[in-house]
Design a protein around this ligand. Structure first.
Ligand SMILES: [Zn+2]
Length: 465
């Protein structure tokens, strides 16, 4: 850990091998064995407050016990003290729109949705400083035992989940092989109740037709039934939308949030007024999703911040001319550029108008990468017109507020010590979120992306920049 210890613990790890009794005096003290003090850093607390220099925090049992100016710090006896001069500490990022366990490399198939694969992806999120994710509707019931781990100190990202979202039979949504479509309002209500009974945190529905390629979109009698039943069950509702008209209709019906930007035409004053009146959030703008579709070859294959997380075989596949030719020849390829521009403009317009927003990527499907896309999303949000501090606030306290995740999202006493330690100020340049020095989940350090070198020897990925 490289930490200086204020008590006689430095040799304890070795001593314990020789004589357990050598460590016993520490246990006799009232101080929890894992009390850690971080000091001399600049705090970005997640609330939207500007960075404050010269701060310290105390964590114990995985939770933040105290945070404040170094001058007021009282180091608990026996605590480990770590000076972090020049570093920045912010809450771990929250991605409000992900899908888990859908891929092996970039090959997508529901058969890869195993507990082991999901946990590996959650470790990847954590390595990128994304310490909580919310999965939006393509998870089998195996997600619920993983969801429960969020109440402890997992060595990976915490999970909030929809479980299975609701798809209208014959329209767009869900993933192949997962039974989640309904044909009638009664079936829709029954499915909402079933998901709520399993422990779903919120309810998802899809209203789209894939650029008109599918004959149907979910009609209002179904979406109203879903929203009404979810609210009866005490659950928020979030919709996949693409079209302005569907967004407006869902806002009238009482939807709680949109999981994508409106992408067919500009958001106007009428829709903004309706969203405000109904308290509808732009929970995820998924700008990184839209941006990724505009490339035949992704522009970051040489970026070690990306490439460390994937195998050389995946890098080769992503770089192949055959893949580029195939993507470029797809009928929808020319539509993605204008779609991205519309999403950027609409997100910027909503943010400026005072619509509440979070940060979400829709990562998890093929070639939409856990963690990396969260940093890309923040960058695109800033490109769309919000400040870096606003983007960071969206990805921390705002997401936590929408999700009802009371234990995360800010750095304050009582919260989990889910922390992102950075070498450089992310409010000065949003790309500094990539300068990851350390990540803590529940007070435990987890390996960062800069300590990751997937599918290669540990030293084959080069030094940390
Ligand atoms: Zn999604």
């Amino acid at each position: 850990m490289g930490a200086a210890r204020s008590a006689g613990w430095a040799s304890c790890g070795l001593a314990v091998l020789l004589a357990t009794a050598a460590c016993a005096p520490s246990a006799d003290k009232a101080t929890p064995s894992d009390t850690l003090v971080l000091r001399d850093f600049t705090l970005i607390d997640g609330t939207g407050r500007a960075p404050v220099a010269g701060q310290a925090l105390i964590m114990a049992g995985g939770r933040i016990k105290w945070v404040g100016p170094v001058a007021q710090l009282k180091v608990p006896e026996g605590a480990t003290v770590q000076p972090l001069d020049g570093k920045f500490i912010m809450p771990g990022l929250i991605d409000s729109h992900v899908h888990l366990g859908l891929v092996n490399g970039i090959t997508q198939d529901l058969k890869y949705q195993t507990t082991e694969n999901i946990e590996q992806q959650l470790k990847t999120y954590a390595a990128y400083g994304v310490t909580t994710v919310q999965t939006l509707g393509t998870e089998q019931d195996l997600i619920f035992p993983i969801q429960k781990l969020r109440d402890g100190r997992p060595q990976m990202a915490r999970v909030y989940t929809v479980g299975r979202g609701v798809v209208y039979k014959g329209s767009y949504g869900g993933v192949p092989g997962l039974e989640q479509s309904v044909a009638t309002p009664e079936e829709a209500r029954a499915m909402v109740d079933a998901q709520a009974a399993k422990g779903a945190d919120l309810i998802k529905l899809w209203v789209d037709d894939e650029f008109g390629q599918l004959p149907l979109r979910m009609p209002p009698p179904i979406s109203t039934a879903i929203i009404d039943e979810a609210h009866k069950d005490g659950k928020k509702t979030v919709a996949h939308i693409f079209y302005y008209d569907n967004a407006a209709e869902l806002a009238r019906e009482g939807i709680d949030a949109f999981a994508h930007s409106v992408r067919d035409k500009p958001v106007d004053d009428a829709l903004i007024a309706q969203m405000k009146a109904g308290g509808v959030w732009q929970m995820a703008a998924t700008l990184s999703r839209e941006a990724s579709f505009t490339y035949k070859t992704l522009p970051f294959l040489d970026d070690p911040f990306f490439s460390r997380a994937v195998t050389p075989a995946v890098l080769t596949e992503l770089a192949s001319p055959e893949r580029a030719a195939k993507l470029g020849a797809a009928p929808n390829f020319p539509k993605y550029g204008p779609t991205l521009q519309m999403a950027l403009a609409n997100f910027g317009r909503e943010a400026k108008a005072g619509i509440r927003y979070g940060m979400g990527t829709d990562s998890g499907p093929s070639a939409r990468f856990p963690g990396y896309f969260a940093h890309w999303e923040l960058e695109l949000m800033v490109q769309a017109g919000v400040t870096p501090l606003q983007a960071l606030t969206a990805a921390t306290s705002a997401n936590a507020e929408f999700m009802g995740a009371k234990d995360v999202g800010t750095i304050a006493p009582g919260k989990w010590a889910d922390l992102l330690v950075l070498d450089r100020d992310p409010t000065a340049d949003i790309r500094n979120t990539r300068a990851i020095d350390a990540v803590y989940v529940g007070g435990n350090k987890v390996p960062t992306i800069w300590q990751t070198c997937t599918g290669r020897p540990a030293n084959a990925c080069g030094p940390r920049p």
